[in-house]
Design a protein around this ligand. Structure first.
Ligand code: ADP
Ligand code: MG
Length: 478
């Protein structure tokens, strides 16, 4: 047998893939070929010839590829040996779940008769009738499950409009706001809705961290063209938490070019971020400019009414019995975000299920006591911490925000950083901002230093504790 040295995956394959995908929405043949190529490269030459080389691509339908195999025995072997791996590769390449249907082609050259039906798996059958869930999206994150209130009205309506007509009105769409306010939920609602109404669309959801890792790994494996092929053929690209983008030029450049390719082809992009894009220091101006190009909308913490409505809805869908009075208590005490509200009812539910007890207002207060005080932590401002610590050391708040590095200032300043980290929910980046625009690594370093010193010098801890007590009392009274 002639040695089959298959050409390595070529860069120009990318252009072919993009063109094919764009010209024919149901044509998965390029994904099939690419998947088989990758798989062949992973297996020995003999194995690859024996099995993979004899599967013939036949046609594509919605979420389905039909392939031809020579016999029932062959089909069973291929299924047990490779089906999982092939389907996994197809998800990676296409961003959507594609099932494989086998047809047995009796004689070599004979055309397939549509009546020779190989047994079709149940899942393959069902995918052609009803749309299965998108493999990258959380099926619960839908518009139906999202409560619209004053805090998210604009963002939710824009998201809905985009899901109805992706790529036409606001591109890109960027949702920003604090943790637990529903950014990921809204972002994925767009994906879920488009997937339901247009299952042929290639939707990719990725967290910024994973985008970066995937890109770096693709370089290490010399598979950058696959990375490009995956992202630049998306119809809808959803990138979550872009604030965690790294300074690495390569990743930023790749994202920039991906953006341009999709933008030029009127493909919808949606991003989320924990702050306005203008406040991400790490990104280049040209990338920032792209993010800000479309529509940027913020999410605010929910009002009392919205908190109540959200909890009611969750409780209903979870089928737990929590009386309105308990919901009121929770809504009065947890004002931070929706995730904290969810944690509270999760705890109550667990308690009532495990202990077999009814949830009463008393149980609610008792069980969530610690929780209420923790979620109120964010109410203490860093400003207050800076003020209190500075005055304890006979300094001013201004001293902490300036660049001075003398020991008399920097040690108290580090204590204030440490306390900020301990008793508030602010991120080190946010804390850095409050300390005169210092980098988050400076904050981490400061906190580490204080916690080290506290271990070696027993006089420090009582001071820190006393300061925390004072700040908390001050915070509650303000
Ligand atoms: P973020 O991405 O902003 O940190 P998430 O989207 O993860 O927040 O939301 C946290 C949790 O709160 C999720 O379980 C989400 O379903 C829920 N949630 C947030 N906002 C709403 C809302 N308006 N209606 C219903 N659930 C919500
Ligand atoms: Mg999120």
């Amino acid at each position: 047998m002639a040695i089959d040295v298959r050409p390595p995956l070529r860069i120009d394959h990318l252009a072919v893939i993009i063109e094919a995908v764009m010209s024919d929405k149901w044509n998965y043949s390029v994904f099939w070929e690419e998947a088989i190529n990758i798989l062949r490269a992973r297996k020995s030459e003999q194995e690859s010839e024996m099995w993979l080389g004899r599967i013939i691509y036949h046609k594509s339908e919605a979420s389905l590829i039909v392939v031809l195999v020579p016999s029932k025995f062959f089909q069973d072997q291929v299924k047990t040996r490779y089906l999982n791996e092939i389907e996994q590769l197809l998800v990676e390449l296409s961003g959507t779940e594609i099932k494989i249907e086998f047809k047995i082609q009796s004689a070599n050259k004979e055309r397939v008769s549509e009546t020779i039906e190989a047994p079709v798996t149940n899942s393959a059958k069902s995918t052609s009738k009803k749309v299965s869930r998108h493999p990258m999206l959380n099926a619960d994150y839908t518009f139906d499950h999202f409560v619209i209130g004053d805090n998210n009205n604009f963002a939710a309506n824009a998201a809905l409009a985009i899901a109805r007509e992706p790529g036409t009105i606001y591109n890109p769409f960027l949702i920003y706001g604090g943790v637990g306010l529903g950014k990921t939920h809204l972002l994925q609602s767009i994906g879920n809705m488009v997937h339901l109404t247009n299952p042929e669309k290639k939707i990719i959801y990725v967290q910024m961290d994973n985008f970066t890792t995937e890109f770096i790994e693709s370089i290490a494996r010399k598979e950058q063209h696959l990375f490009k092929a995956k992202y630049r053929t998306a119809d809808i690209l959803l990138i979550d938490d872009i604030h965690s983008i790294t300074k690495r030029e390569g990743t930023q450049e790749e994202l920039f070019y991906t953006f341009n390719a999709l933008y030029d082809n009127k493909k919808q992009m949606v991003f989320t971020c924990d702050r306005p894009v203008s406040e991400i220091k790490e990104i280049t101006d040209r990338l920032r400019n792209r993010f800000e190009r479309g529509l940027n909308v913020d999410l605010q913490p929910p009002s009392y009414e919205t908190r109540f409505a959200i909890l009611r809805k969750k409780i209903e869908s979870w089928g737990v019995n929590i009386p309105d009075e308990s919901i009121q208590i929770i809504c009065n005490n947890i004002t931070t975000n929706v995730r904290d509200l969810e944690k509270a009812i999760t705890k109550l539910r667990a308690f009532s299920e495990l202990m077999g007890k009814e949830i009463t207002p008393e149980v609610t207060r008792e069980q969530l006591k610690d929780f209420f005080s923790v979620t109120n932590r964010k109410n203490i401002s860093i400003d207050l911490i800076i003020k209190e610590v500075a005055s304890y050391f006979n300094l001013t708040s201004q001293d902490f925000r300036q660049k001075r590095r003398t020991q008399s200032v920097s040690f108290p300043r580090q204590i204030a950083m440490y306390i900020s980290r301990e008793i508030t929910e602010y991120s080190t980046t946010e804390i850095g901002e409050e300390f005169g625009g210092r980098d988050h690594t400076t904050i981490m370093h400061g906190c580490q230093k204080i916690s080290d010193i506290m271990k070696s010098d027993p006089t420090i801890e009582p001071i820190v504790k006393e300061l925390i007590r004072k700040i908390k009392t001050e915070g509650l009274n303000s």
